[in-house]
Each structure stands twice: as C-alpha cells, then as structure tokens.
Design a protein around this ligand. Structure first.
Ligand SMILES: Cc1ncc(COP(=O)(O)O)c(C=O)c1O
Length: 230
C-alpha cells in the first residue's frame, strides 16, 4: 500500500525527475504500485495486462519468486564488487551464455543496458577493423547516449545533431509497397536526387515491386557503396 496518493506520486515524479522520450510539460505517467506475472497494478488498484514486458525487459514475468530470492540472496552475500574481480555468478552466467550463443562466439561483455552495449560494440568493432563508418537504419532506435542517438534513425535523433562522425543511415530493404513517396521525403537528410531515383526504381508504386536489389546499385552510384566502407 502506497503512503502517497497516485496524484502525489505523479506530481513529485514530474517536479523532480526527467522523463525519457517525452515532452516534459505534457506527459502524465501512470502511478504503478506493483506487478506480478504478465500484469501490473496502479496505485489506484487498476490492473493492466503488460503485453510489452515494459521495455521488452521482463520476459520471465514480473516478480518471479525465483528471481526475487536470487536477488535477495546475492544482496545478502555480495551486493557489489569491482568488475576487475572474478565471481561465481559471473563465471556461471558467462559460461551459460557462451553455450547458448551461435557459432564460435564464446565471450560476452556485461553492460548495464542497451545503449551501453551498443557503445561498446561500436568501440570493439572500430578497434578490431580499423574502420570508422557505421551503417544504421533510418527506421531504428539504438539508445539515448551520444553515439547511440546518432545511430538512431527516427526523429529523436534530430535535436542531437551533429552527432558522432562516421554514421551513415540506410533504408531498409522493404518491398516497394511499404515505401510511400511521402515516407521517402520524410527520411531526414536524404539527398532529394536519391529520393527521386528510389521512387523511380519502384518505391511507392504499391505494386509489390522489390526495390531492395536496386538500392545497392543506387547507393554505390551515390558514393555509399561497398568500396566506401573501408
Ligand atoms: C533496439 C534497441 N536498442 C537499444 C535500446 C537502448 O537500451 P537502453 O534503454 O537499455 O539503453 C533500446 C531501448 O528501447 C532498443 O529498443
């Protein structure tokens, strides 16, 4: 049972904390009290079916007793240790993930979230290949840090430009029927000549013609082809 009312919780949250992905002045979050399995419950007692596992992160279900016990036990024995140390849970989780990963992938780098994982993946890829350019889709969200918001294709990137150098946004290889002329125009920063050529190649006709195979040629001609990546 919350000591504060739903309105008090929401008002205090809005007054002293910033909200991701929202216009701060117009957002009105839901005051949540608890969650179990595939449902969560508001402070006012309303029940929601959580189709999205919140941010796709609670796939095992909310408040699974096995997870609650494991967290409590770890907090009692060793709640924090520097990442330079070796621990039994780290050893076991690393080995388990190596077992599940495809091919000869057998090493993981633990991070605290998606953006941080992407940041480290970029740095590892750059260090390994010696190359600088990164391809990212226009239809994408990759995180809210400086590098990952640059990778992000959707409009959340715009206010953060210019971002990290070396990022090149590309179209998805979708069927032409999904690429209406309007959507091509809306792709931020797309060269108008390239937009016109994509349309001419079949995008937006709605006849199901695939433009994916022709996009490669168009990108190569406009300087974004394979040879530009090295
Ligand atoms: C595809 C994708 N990549 C990266 C992120 C960023 O993850 P995080 O919010 O844990 O930094 C998200 C978050 O929604 C995501 O959906």
């Amino acid at each position: 049972m919350s000591e504060l009312t739903a309105d008090e919780i929401v008002d205090l949250c809005l007054r002293h904390t910033l909200y991701d992905w929202q216009q701060q002045g117009s957002t009105r979050p839901i005051a949540v009290a608890s969650a179990r399995g595939c449902e969560f419950f508001t402070v006012d007692g309303k029940r929601y079916l959580d189709f999205n596992s919140q941010l796709m992160g609670v796939n095992i279900g909310h408040a699974d007793p096995r997870v609650a016990v494991a967290i409590a036990e770890q907090a009692r024995v060793l709640p924090y240790i520097s990442p330079f140390m070796a621990t039994e849970v780290r050893a076991e989780l690393g080995a388990k993930l190596a077992e599940l990963m495809p091919g000869d992938l057998d090493k993981v780098f633990f991070t605290l979230g998606g953006a941080e994982a992407n940041e480290n993946a970029i740095r590892i890829a750059k260090a390994t290949t010696g190359r600088q350019k990164i391809l990212a889709r226009y239809r994408s969200y990759h995180g809210a840090t400086y590098a990952t918001i640059t990778l992000t294709g959707d409009p959340r990137r715009w206010a953060n430009e210019p971002g990290m150098p070396g990022v090149v946004h590309v179209l998805d290889g979708y069927e032409a029927r999904f690429l209406s002329p309007l959507k091509i125009e809306m792709l931020p920063g797309i060269d108008p000549a390239l937009a016109a050529r994509l349309r001419a190649a079949g995008a937006g006709r709605g006849d199901g013609t695939s433009v994916a195979d022709r996009i490669d040629d168009l990108l190569r001609e406009t300087g974004f082809g394979e040879d530009a990546w090295s």
